[in-house]
Every structure is written in C-alpha cells, then in structure tokens.
Design a protein around this ligand. Structure first.
Ligand SMILES: *[C@@H]1O[C@H](CO)[C@@H](O)[C@H](O)[C@H]1NC(C)=O
Ligand SMILES: *[C@@H]1O[C@H](CO)[C@@H](O)[C@H](O)[C@H]1NC(C)=O
Length: 129
C-alpha cells in the first residue's frame, strides 16, 4: 500500500511538472497571427495596409521569418520591423516579440500580400531548456 501511494504521488508530480513547464510554455509558429488591415490612406494610387504580427503565446518568440517572395511596396517599409533576407523577410529585426505583443508596419500595394510564417525561435527561458 505504502509503495503504491508513493508511486502515485510521483506520477502526479511528473504530471504537474509537465503542466507547469511544458503546458504553459509550448509555443509554436502557429502562435504567430498575421493580420492585414486596410488603412484610410492611398499612396501613389495604391491602397495602404497595416500588417500586424501578434505573438499569441506566453513565451517570447524571436527570429521570426515569413515568406515575402514578390512582395512590393510604393511606401518605404520600416526596416526595423520588416526587412528582406533573400526570398524571405525577418520581422522585428529578429528581436524577440514579447508574449501577446504586436509589431506592426505599413506598406502600400494592390493587391495586399499574404505573408506566411516560415520559422521562429521560441524562447521560454529558464534552466529547463
Ligand atoms: C495598425 O494596427 C495596429 C494594431 O491593430 C494599431 O495599433 C495601429 O494603430 C495601426 N496603425 C495604423 C497607422 O493604422
Ligand atoms: C526562405 O524560406 C525557405 C522556406 O523555408 C527556405 O528554404 C529558404 O532557405 C529561405 N531563404 C533564405 C534566404 O533564408
């Protein structure tokens, strides 16, 4: 009986441990939401768009890369937020995007471009990684 009980409680401890250190910090690329909103502005006859990259996870995500092959803009894009690297683009200069934070940039082109996340580095920090 005594061995059963201690076995069960260590199982419980493992379960709790997993919940605490994985359940809360399991971020993936799908936890990046990309939104594109029309702004009231037109630039050189092209519609202006407001692009938001939202980290919907409890850990920071850095080195976010999205596909941007063929992306064009008549408006100068803030290179701190969105910069081309070959066929892809880095978001926020590769710096971490805090949990639930949004980074945003503006561009102008018709039609709007669909950005697809390619990779990110999840940084849950701590000694358990
Ligand atoms: C762009 O969208 C973000 C997030 O919705 C908002 O906070 C920001 O004010 C918008 N900027 C412009 C210029 O529309
Ligand atoms: C862009 O992303 C693609 C798809 O993941 C990858 O194969 C390619 O190496 C990337 N290009 C650059 C310049 O990072």
């Amino acid at each position: 009986m005594a061995t059963m009980a201690s076995c069960n409680s260590s199982l419980l401890a493992i379960l709790l441990f997993n919940l605490l250190f994985q359940g809360f910090c399991q971020c993936e690329l799908k936890d990046i939401t990309i939104g594109t909103e029309r702004t009231p502005a037109q630039i050189e006859g092209k519609q202006e768009w407001n692009v938001s990259f939202i980290n919907t996870c409890k850990c920071p995500q850095q080195a976010l890369t999205v596909s941007c092959d063929g992306f064009q803009s008549v408006e100068k894009v803030n290179p701190d937020i969105f910069a081309r690297v070959g066929n892809n683009c880095t978001v926020n200069g590769g710096r971490p995007i805090a949990p639930f934070a949004t980074v945003q940039f503006l561009y102008a082109w018709d039609p709007p471009f669909i950005f697809v996340p390619i990779s990110s580095h999840v940084d849950c920090g701590g000694a358990f990684k």
